[in-house]
Write a protein that binds this ligand. Structure first.
Ligand SMILES: [Zn+2]
Length: 221
């Protein structure tokens, strides 16, 4: 057996590979009918993730978080808390580059390392990797899939990261909200006060439209 296969064999003993290989048709990539999926990228952070978790708890909504591996490593208690409160923990790469612009060596680290980091914290590997900036190509998606992870696009962009004002974020999201939609917001990397302030209004507005909430990247039942 070659050294790399030995390495893989040992790694698979530590983290059973086959048990964590997820394929595209095993997970929901869209919200369930009659619902939207609230998703939060770029965290976790000490400052904003707890505020978003408190709002989700108040409304009893389970969301989906796409974490940057380095942020997960720096805030392991927050990763545990997100999972403990019933939310889905997924990957948003290791360091948030454009995966289409990095070397093959870095691409492998960006895909594989967050899986190991998050597994070490919560004992579960992410099912999906949402590629940063919505940037992917066939090679990037092939590498993600080769690691037993489902590649995911960004979903409906709330543009909360532009910080256009709470009212603008809310009206943009509510104008466009519809059954099955995946809504992208952010709990990391920058000032997210507007996201935090907009979230309860978005939730109230979506409920008024008669829509519920569901998670993505969970294994389909
Ligand atoms: Zn991002």
């Amino acid at each position: 057996m070659s050294p790399s296969k030995w390495f893989l064999a040992i790694l698979c003993c530590l983290i059973p590979c086959s048990a964590y290989a997820i394929t595209d048709n095993q997970v929901h990539k869209l919200a369930e009918k009659g619902t939207v999926a609230l998703t939060f990228d770029d965290g976790p952070t000490e400052e904003y993730t707890p505020k978003i978790l408190a709002i989700l708890k108040k409304y009893n909504i389970k969301a989906t978080f796409f974490m940057v591996g380095n942020n997960a490593k720096n805030h392991p208690d927050m990763v545990k808390r997100v999972l403990a409160e019933g939310h889905a923990v997924n990957s948003h790469s290791l360091s948030h580059p454009m995966l289409t612009k990095v070397s093959d060596n870095q691409l492998h680290h960006e895909v594989e390392d967050p899986q190991v980091i998050i597994y070490k914290i919560i004992g579960q590997k992410p099912n999906c990797l949402r590629y940063p900036f919505g940037a992917s190509n066939q090679h990037v998606r092939d590498v993600i899939r080769a690691n037993g992870i489902v590649p995911l696009a960004m979903g409906f962009n709330s543009f909360d990261y532009d910080r256009p004002g709470v009212d603008k974020i809310v009206s943009w999201v509510l104008k466009n909200a519809h059954s099955g939609q995946v809504i992208l917001m952010h709990d990391g990397f920058n000032k997210r006060e507007q996201t935090v302030a907009a979230l309860p209004l978005i939730i109230e507005g979506i409920k008024k439209k008669g829509l519920g909430f569901s998670q993505i990247c969970v294994v389909a039942g």
